[in-house]
Design a protein around this ligand. Structure first.
Ligand code: SAH
Length: 287
């Protein structure tokens, strides 16, 4: 039934629910929903079907619907693209075809979802974007192929453009899966241990501190003594210091934003310039 295919036991289709009841959907129907308009629906759930996101999908903590753009194609060959006006290499996805797919997606959605086109021209995707999407009812993603999407459909539907980074992929599907992964893991109960969310990279404005596990001595490399001390306060201080050093060294942009937001005391630039490994007794060969 309906457009495309559905993944997840409890995926909801609007066609099963009268419009008047939609504002009072049961909790189950309010599950966070990702719709993906793509020429390659068979690529979904892809990596999202594995591990914690896959388990959460099976448990109905979120739902996924891949919508096959080809089904809306024109003519006997179901064409979805054409040559660019003004000339040039490559093909462009047609606005009328994409509009049909978008409208089918909107009819199938349990509520109005933000419409996002994965595009290298978009606003860079960050943890804050993932948080914004996770806090909403879901998302409808458009995966481009070829040279991309006709500009008019972006304008007509007020589509938000989001980029995964300053590089060019062949299509939007990998970007869509990355965006969904980063977003879905913020939905309550998708990750078992919510505490780990609060400490990880970006949530504090810092990159995360280094991790160590057993064995305590691996081929002569030991772990920082402080981590074996059992002193939780000191361990927390050490981790914060490591996070600050890493951020300062690797991401001066994040470091500046962090310091601005914290109204920190001026920090001596030399103070935090050491390598993270130097701070603890990490290497046996250090003597
Ligand atoms: N001609 C376009 C690139 C098209 S790549 C340009 O120069 O901007 C084909 C499709 O891959 C795009 O429509 C988009 O959906 C996806 N894509 C490529 N790079 C991406 C990126 N960095 N982030 C998100 N999506 C990307």
């Amino acid at each position: 039934m309906g457009e495309g295919r559905s993944h997840g036991r409890k995926a909801i289709h609007a066609s099963a629910t009268p419009r008047s009841l939609m504002t009072e959907r049961p909790v189950l129907a309010g599950v966070w929903t990702a719709q993906v308009i793509t020429l390659f629906p068979e690529l979904f759930p892809g990596v999202l079907g594995a591990s914690l996101t896959g388990k959460a999908l099976d448990e109905g903590l979120w739902s996924l619907e891949a919508i096959d753009l080809r089904r809306f194609g024109a003519g006997r060959h179901r064409n979805v693209d054409d040559t660019p006006f003004g000339g040039g290499a490559g093909m462009v996805l047609r606005p009328d075809i994409m509009a049909s797919a978008i409208e089918a997606a909107q009819r199938a959605a349990p509520s109005r979802l933000p419409l996002v086109y994965l595009s290298p021209r978009g606003t860079p995707f960050t943890q804050a974007t993932a948080r914004r999407f996770a806090d909403g009812p879901g998302i409808t993603l458009i995966c481009g192929r070829f040279e991309g999407l006709d500009e008019r459909v972006i304008e007509a539907y007020g589509v938000e453009e989001v980029s995964l980074g300053d590089f060019v992929l062949t299509g939007g599907e990998i970007a869509a899966q990355a965006l969904i992964d980063a977003t879905v893991r913020l939905i309550p109960r998708v990750l078992g241990n919510q505490v780990s969310l609060e400490e990880e990279s970006f949530s504090t404005g810092l990159l995360e501190h280094p991790h160590y596990t057993k064995p305590a001595d691996w081929e002569g490399r030991t772990v920082p003594d402080i981590l074996l001390s059992g002193h939780h306060g000191k361990i927390a201080d050490w981790r914060r210091e490591m996070a600050e050093r890493l951020t300062k060294e690797r991401r001066p942009d994040l470091w500046r934003a962090y310091r601005k937001s914290r109204v920190m005391d001026p920090v001596d630039d030399q103070e935090l310039s050491a390598q993270p490994h130097d701070a603890g007794n990490t290497r046996a060969d250090k003597g």
